[in-house]
Design a protein around this ligand. Structure first.
Ligand code: ADP
Ligand code: MG
Length: 503
């Protein structure tokens, strides 16, 4: 496999009143598993269904109901682990995390505290050409989501919707390896991208299918390196956790605010209190939600309703064989074998569908030219219409056809753009359109010469100027192109103009 090499970006530094501070960030990302049924029941996970229509007895916490593990959810967690180059644990177990929530009727959440299904992986987070942060993954465990309480539909009552109760989540826990607000957002973006490639989470943040608890602390320059060396957390500052963030922008704003808040506290001679905070979007501040609870507060114990989860290596190997080419490998291949810039490769690999489209266009053609057309013309045009590649009216074969016409010299780059617009709006075979609409480039020297002569005779003053300043020859080229409706071959026009002007 091809690999790109990166150097580590600098951590974000905030200047306090009493010296510099660095940020240390660790994320717990909750990703909703892409499956049709819930983690322990057969109820549907369909988003936007009538409230309380997707609720099995077990989700409603009815007496005597027993959870039954959904193999599909387990497979998705394993698949995600493999995509993050993580260790897959053939033996894992479910625990009860006891707490009361009106939207979690069981009175506890089934999770995996002691023996998660996945541990020790990594994510490469690109921060610009040649720059990337390697973020270690501590674990991924499977757990149930809670439902939704609705407090603003009635002045006197609260409502509850249990459709989401029991839906499978993967909690992906990073090590505190993220060193700034932009890196945190980029990390979430990279996880999202990988899971979308894998098909294990749709990454829809608006629907709450991907949300993050953001842990932030600050330390003095040098302390983080001491932590890395020893893995001793005492070198790091006390962290606060900002709960339930589901927007990249707010994640960054919350981290920035929280870091500055902590710096002010420490520089004031006080201590940061470890706690759970909420980000108030309207005020742009974090505020205390509750003091940090420890694992023992939840009185975790192995769920007696569920046997330990044992999976087989051959089953894991089968999942591994079915993995698609992932973003890092694809991007490296686009850079190292096709010769694209890292930036273009990143744009084209953002989504698997975009990359597949590009590859279909590039097949048997100049890769860089294909990349330019896909990124600048096609993506630009789609964006204008608010469309994505899945509803793109131009097929790879049609775009490839346009590129072929340029390569053969049948049309100029400028005409190609007009042709693209026609194909985009009206469809059709590019080569045929060029013939029927007379768009073919004029390469007939005689015709071009006539046009050049005409412009020269009509503009004696310009001729004198150009003779004194050869740079002005471009003006003649432009005039000839205009006169020929953009169809003259620009290289030939340039040559002829220079010859006639004696430049
Ligand atoms: P909990 O589950 O109680 O929140 P964990 O030990 O699982 O605690 O850690 C949660 C997250 O906090 C992890 O992502 C970890 O990387 C991060 N974290 C731990 N210590 C720090 C720190 N000093 N600064 C920033 N993040 C931290
Ligand atoms: Mg936590």
């Amino acid at each position: 496999m091809l690999d790109l090499t990166y150097s580590a970006p600098k951590p974000k530094v905030i200047a306090g009143a009493k010296g510099d501070w660095e940020l240390v960030i660790g994320l717990e990302v909750h990703a909703q598993v892409a499956t049709n049924a819930k983690l322990f029941s057969g109820a549907s996970t369909l988003f936007g269904a009538e409230p309380n229509s997707n609720v099995a007895f077990v989700d409603a916490g009815m007496p005597g109901m027993l959870p039954v593990i959904n193999e599909g959810c387990v497979a998705q967690a394993v698949r995600t682990g493999l995509g993050l180059k993580a260790q897959i644990n053939l033996w894992s177990a479910f625990d009860r995390k006891n707490y009361f929530y009106p939207d979690l009727p069981q009175g506890y959440q089934i999770s995996q505290l002691y023996h998660p299904i996945v541990s020790e992986g990594e994510v490469i987070v690109e921060m610009g050409p040649g720059m990337a942060r390697r973020v270690r993954i501590e674990r991924i465990h499977l757990e149930q989501d809670a439902g939704k309480s609705i407090h603003d539909m009635d002045p006197a009552m609260s409502f509850v919707d249990l459709n989401r109760t029991g839906v499978a989540l993967m909690e992906i826990v990073s090590r505190p390896d993220i060193r700034g607000p932009e890196e945190a957002a980029a990390y979430v973006g990279k996880l999202r991208q990988i899971m979308r490639y894998l098909g294990t989470c749709d990454g829809n943040m608006q629907n709450g299918n991907l949300r993050a608890d953001v842990n932030v602390s600050v330390c003095r320059p040098g302390d983080y390196e001491r932590y890395q060396e020893s893995q001793d957390f005492s070198h790091l500052g006390t962290r606060c956790e900002i709960k339930n963030m589901n927007s990249m922008r707010f994640i960054q704003m919350a981290i920035e605010y929280e870091a500055r808040r902590q710096i002010a506290i420490i520089e004031d001679g006080a201590k940061v209190v470890q706690e759970t905070r909420l980000y108030d979007v309207d005020k742009g501040e974090t505020r205390s939600m509750r003091s940090k609870e420890e694992a023992h507060d939840y009185r975790y114990f192995p769920d007696p309703d569920l046997l330990p989860l044992e999976i087989e290596q051959v089953w894991v190997d089968g999942i591994k064989e079915s993995l698609p080419e992932l973003p890092d490998a694809k991007k490296a291949r686009f850079v190292l074998s096709i010769g694209l810039s890292e930036y273009d490769a990143s744009v084209l690999t953002a989504e698997a569908e975009d990359a597949a489209y590009f590859e279909a266009v590039a097949e048997g053609r100049d890769g860089k030219m294909a990349a330019n057309w896909v990124i600048n013309e096609l993506f630009g045009r789609l964006k204008k219409d608010g469309k994505g590649i899945s509803d793109c009216p131009v097929s790879p074969a049609q775009l490839g056809g346009i590129i072929d016409l340029i390569a053969k010299g049948d049309i100029s780059g400028k005409i190609a753009k007009d042709l693209f617009e026609i194909v985009y709006c009206e469809g059709g075979d590019p080569a045929q359109i060029v013939e029927t609409r007379g768009m073919r480039q004029v390469t007939d020297t005689g015709a071009i010469e006539t046009a050049v002569n005409q412009i020269i005779t009509d503009n004696p003053a310009q001729v004198e100027k150009a003779k004194a300043n050869p740079k002005l020859a471009g003006w003649f080229v432009g005039q000839v192109m205009k006169a020929t409706g953009g169809k003259a071959n620009p290289a030939m026009v340039d040559e002829l103009v220079k010859a006639k002007l004696g430049l």
